[in-house]
Design a protein around this ligand. Structure first.
Ligand code: ATP
Ligand code: MG
Length: 411
């Protein structure tokens, strides 16, 4: 039998209801405040299984010390197989994340950076099927969970399941359609990337053979003969091989290794690294405060930033200042499910885009540059979608472009 605060908390939880027309996060916010206080924990998260069961998506996250709410982060099964195995419809109780085997997958990338020392996860059910998890995360060192506390989180999960049923019915239609569309686009892109990568692989082998034979011809040319045609062949083969390499990379990186990243420090490191390739452009990083952390594969995040910096450089013909603005925003226009987000905006004062260009920029292989492959923004969108975020673009011909990358805040 539960006593004291936990008992009172159970009574309070039973009284939380979804009221018609109120924003979906209100009732979960109430639950989160009751639960984090009763258990004296920092983080309370509700994760829902995606329809194809390949991932869980953060439906609601509450951080007690900042009294803030966010959502949208995605954990994919293929990236964290051991955690998903442990999860599989069961409760998980970890008293020391530094040593527990079930935590090993997530330790370096998620638990350590967020300082989560112990956790108590309880499964959510919908129509008798596992539908997600309620996560109670203790920030600080290890912590023992009492049998009352374990019992209590099962009650929390029952209450969250009850509320989710109502909430999901309310907002399912609109959100599900948007998310399904996102997933479908991502799957289409991944399929295309796989095919392109295979073709590029064979193409590279063919080009290697052509190059070897061009070298042979070159050797056999009599002295004094014009070598320009052979040089041209060599140069074009070089370009072809570069393109093939880019295509192969595009296909290879379909699964990343997401980890918690501190946005400002990360952006500054990438800017320093990319500086020598930005011609005469300088970069100003402007931090509008309260910038939080995000959960994304570091190589992917770097590719996003570098691609946007290169586009800004090209748009300004290698002259001028590129601004990277960092801020935290709430409620994102194009993604009803993205709550508190970190916004990284790469802004240039270059040529801008006309309406037709603006409509096509995310298409693979769409380019208006003589040396472009047209994969840059396609990769940016793919990576950001995979991390649960969105990309928004503002542009005016002759005035410049701002590309906003919005990623779910993880704390
Ligand atoms: N900051 C920008 N300002 C103006 N136009 C842009 C900007 N960013 C992208 N574009 C337009 O969108 C097109 C597609 O961009 P994307 O980055 O996908 O490919 P790319 O830069 O042409 O080639 P690459 O594959 O080398 O990146 C560009 O060719 C350009 O016309
Ligand atoms: Mg580009």
């Amino acid at each position: 039998m539960m006593r004291g605060t936990l008992d009172d908390a159970c009574t309070a939880l039973a009284q939380v209801h979804v009221l018609p027309d109120e924003p979906p996060s209100v009732s979960l916010y109430e639950v989160a405040r009751i639960v984090t206080a009763a258990l004296d924990i920092e983080r309370f998260g509700v994760w829902c299984t995606t329809e194809d069961r390949s991932a869980i998506r953060l439906y609601f996250l509450y951080c007690r010390s900042t009294d803030s709410v966010s959502d949208g982060t995605i954990l994919r099964k293929q990236e964290f197989p051991r955690y998903f195995e442990a999860l599989d419809g069961r409760a998980i109780s970890i008293e020391d994340t530094a040593v527990d085997l079930a935590a090993s997958d997530l330790r370096e990338s998620y638990l350590e950076p967020l300082g989560i020392g112990a956790l108590l996860d309880a499964p959510l059910y919908a129509d008798g099927e596992p539908a997600g998890m309620v996560c109670h995360e203790h920030v600080g060192g290890p912590r023992q969970w009492s049998s009352e506390e374990r019992l209590f989180v099962a009650t929390v999960a029952d209450n969250v399941s009850r509320l989710l049923e109502v909430l999901q019915r309310q907002r399912a239609e609109q959100n599900l359609r948007a998310f399904r569309e996102e997933l479908r686009a991502l799957n289409r892109l991944e399929e295309m990337a796989r095919i392109a990568s295979g073709v590029a692989h064979d193409l590279r082998n063919i080009l290697t053979i052509v190059l070897a034979n061009a070298e042979l011809l070159d050797d056999e040319l009599p002295a004094g003969q014009d070598r320009a045609p052979v040089e041209a062949i060599r140069r074009e083969i070089g370009r072809g091989r570069d393109l093939a390499r880019e295509l192969m990379d595009f296909g290879r990186r379909v699964a990343g290794r997401p980890a918690v990243q501190t946005v400002r420090a990360f952006v500054e490191t990438v800017v320093r690294g990319a500086a020598p390739t930005l011609d005469g452009c300088t970069v100003d990083v402007v931090d509008h405060g309260a910038v939080s952390r995000v959960f994304i594969d570091p190589t992917d995040f770097e590719r996003v930033l570098v691609n946007l910096l290169y586009n800004a450089r090209d748009a300004m013909s290698g002259q001028g200042t590129i601004r990277i603005e960092l801020s935290t925003v709430r409620g994102v226009r194009h993604s009803p499910s993205l709550g508190r987000a970190v916004r990284v905006s790469v802004c240039d004062t270059g040529i801008g885009m006309d309406a037709d260009t603006r409509l096509r920029i995310f298409e693979p292989f769409f380019t208006r540059k003589t040396q472009g492959t047209g994969l840059g923004l396609c990769i940016v969108q793919q990576v950001v979608t995979r991390a649960g975020g969105v990309v928004e673009v503002e542009s005016e011909p002759g005035r410049g472009t701002s590309v906003h990358v919005l990623l779910p805040a993880i704390d």
